[in-house]
Design a protein around this ligand. Structure first.
Ligand code: IMP
Length: 429
């Protein structure tokens, strides 16, 4: 029996929530392994819409949820989200939601540093979510992070707060932003610790036990490969690795247990925040994609930039991300276009290039090379079988498969869970 890992292959917001929800109904445990509450997953179940940022999507299906050690956890955001979904009728308890006690925490200093730095960057800002993700990961690597387990130890917490404040207050003062007192952070922690600590556990050990007793595990990636801190459009990226390999290190299972890697790709392309986007559209086609696709950030409400499908980037994501099959989403947004374009390559200073360059200066200069495909008039919205799809739409999918060098194994045709065409069951692979 295989596990499944789901990752985004573009810049996030590919519709992972629905796919993860669909797969979660067939899994026993759903694990978040990187990122934090910068993610935004929308799940539509009957007449309820759940907006999750930090909690594993499987909770909506009554599955055990795990927040792995690779996630940065904001206790306030965590508890607020638990409260919100509980008010929507879900049952969430330490029995059904395990949080790795070695996960690094996001505290108000991280949010302040994130925002002060973005403000200081001016035109060169990254467009972060302002939720403290970057500074929290920096502290983890710098070995000064406060981890969930520390909340239970007053003595540890005491000296760790000194280290944290030494760093952040120096930075904040230099940036002209308000600094923090130790007491303010202590009060913040004292208010939240008793409520979050019961969720803390040695998550890797529980996962190991569950795996050995045959549980099916779904690893739920956040963000996407083009936002990966190594492989993405650096420095316009998030602060974690988003590739499938991290499902192992970010949850404490060995790499052999990551299972089938399902990459999610939108049938076109969107991006929030700053950074290069070679196939971006600034014309009416971009506006149409945005309107039809309801392209506004789940978390921030920020409008997403829209463009044609970039096969070069998705091919790159397939290779570095370890993708075995693609789930293509939002095909219906392309219904009714006379012509659809696919970015098949770039030129850089007049020369053809077939990979996205690493340097930010070169990333800015690449020009997309488009191939034009005839569109289709029929609707694909809600299609549940291959036979329901117009011939031109099938042609479009086949061309994408060829260009990205990976099969489309799943097709999502509406936000509804059952409007899904399955070509290959990732759990049976
Ligand atoms: P951070 O993760 O808040 O540091 O933001 C860094 C970059 O990643 C910004 O461009 C964000 O807009 C982007 N980002 C972070 N999380 C998501 C997400 O879940 N979807 C799309 N973009 C995201």
């Amino acid at each position: 029996m295989s596990n499944v890992t789901v990752i985004g292959t573009q810049w996030g917001d590919e519709g992972k929530g629905k796919i993860v929800d669909w797969l979660a109904s067939r899994a026993d445990i759903v694990v978040r392994f990187q990122g934090g509450h910068n993610a935004g997953h929308t799940l539509v179940v009957g007449d309820q819409t759940y907006k999750l940022s930090l909690l594993p999507s499987g909770l909506v299906r009554g599955k055990t949820g795990v927040i792995g050690n690779g996630v940065v956890v904001d206790p306030e955001a965590f508890l607020a989200e638990v409260e919100r979904v509980t008010a929507q009728g879900l049952t969430v308890s330490p029995e059904t939601l395990w949080v790795a006690d070695n996960a690094a925490l996001i505290l108000p200093v991280h949010v302040a540093t994130d925002r002060a730095r973005e403000a200081a960057r001016g035109d060169r800002k990254i467009g972060t979510t302002g939720r403290g993700i970057g500074p929290a990961y920096e502290d983890k690597v710098a070995r000064r992070a406060i981890r969930l387990c520390d909340l239970a130890e007053e003595e540890t917490l005491d000296w760790k707060l000194d280290e944290l404040l030494l760093h952040h207050n120096t930075l904040l003062a230099g940036l002209g932003a308000p600094t923090f007192t130790k007491q303010a952070l202590k009060d913040h922690i004292a208010r939240l610790a008793p409520r979050i600590l019961p969720y803390g556990c040695t998550a890797w050990a529980r996962l190991d036990e569950a795996r050995r007793s045959g549980a099916r595990i779904l690893f739920e990636g956040a963000q996407a490969v083009m936002l990966d801190v190594d492989h993405g459009t650096y420095p316009f990226v998030t602060s974690s690795n988003t590739v499938a390999a991290v499902a192992a290190s970010g949850s404490g299972v060995g790499p052999a247990h990551v299972g089938f890697v399902l990459g999610i790709a939108k049938a076109y392309c969107t991006r929030v925040g700053e950074g290069p986007f070679p196939s971006e559209l600034f014309d009416v086609n971009g506006t149409t994609l945005g309107q039809r696709g309801h392209e506004f950030g789940t978390n921030t409400g920020r409008p997403r930039r829209c463009g044609w499908f970039d096969a070069v980037l998705v091919r790159q994501a397939v290779k570095v991300g370890g993708v075995n099959g693609i789930a293509l989403t939002k095909l219906d947004v392309l219904d009714g276009f006379d012509e659809i374009k696919i970015c098949t390559g770039y030129t850089l200073d007049g020369a053809a290039v077939s990979v996205f360059p690493s340097s930010p200066a070169a990333q800015k200069r690449v020009k997309p090379v488009f191939e034009t495909i005839q569109g289709w008039k029929e609707t694909t919205f809600g299609a549940r079988s291959w036979a329901d799809l117009p011939a031109q739409a099938i042609k479009y999918i086949r061309r994408i498969e060829e260009l990205i060098e990976a099969p489309v194994t799943l097709l999502s045709t509406s936000p509804e869970r059952d409007d899904t065409i399955l070509m290959r069951d990732p759990f049976e692979d």
